[in-house]
Design a protein around this ligand. Sequence first.
Ligand SMILES: [Zn+2]
Length: 309
Amino acid sequence: MVSGEPGRAAMIHTQCAICESDAWDRELYPDRLGADPATYGRFSARRQPDRVHYRMVRCRKCGLVRSDPVLPDEELARLYQGSTFNYGEESVCARLTYAQYVRETLPLVKERARMLEIGCGNGFFLEEAIGLGFAEVYGVEPSRQAVEAASPKVRDRIKNELFQEGLYPSGWFTLICGFQVLDHLTRPNELLQVCRMLLEPDGLALFINHDVSAWTNRILGERSPIIDIEHTYLYDKKTMMRIFCKNGFEVLRIFPVRNEYPLAYWCKMAPLPTWLKTRLLSVLRRSPCGRWIMPMRAGNLGILAKAGG
Ligand SMILES: [Zn+2]
């Protein structure tokens, strides 16, 4: 356990970020926190899921799914600062998937001037964005270890802190991206307001995150890897659209995302019994089959939205 970590009594009650109320809550799953939920490992990117999660509720008015109660913001900040980052083949695959969607967005970007990625990890996607023709790329990332591992090409463009107001001038960016970050935030409205302020008029926001209503996640229910302590909110097409509109964005496109990962990664994320997963992974990691790249619509959702004037 992280030293000085608060007990459950110190957890914070949350409200639906769209309705700003808890009046329509319906419990989906009681918590599965166990005795030692808050470790740096649990707040690290692309870790093996372990079914540790907060109590989850769905707002019956708008459909938004969220965790309630959750660890306080200062504790979450500390966990993300100390989290680790996966540098393997999986991050290369993620970079290629994200680059593909940014490439599709380029015809709508007025000018490839300044691009920001929120939660940029070791900056692997920032390097890709330079290759896509952006004149200046910037990133914000709380994990110290991830930023230390960034390539010298982009390291001085990454701010090692939590994304917040005041980091950049207003109207500075033509494109802001966030890949698998929105689900992790306790204050998504604040993030979207700051994004809107930092974007030039008609600037674009591109976010990719889990789709709680995807068929894979509906079938798996509580066994889905997205039902996880890292996720405060879980969106679907409808709720994603609503929260962007609520914060002054015009939604241009909302779409299912096709991820390409090695077979071993899909196996790591699959809801299999631990003994079976361990054996399968040990075989796959020693065999060339484990590195086969498999495309799959694995329950992710993308949104492209334009900042209103
Ligand atoms: Zn609601």
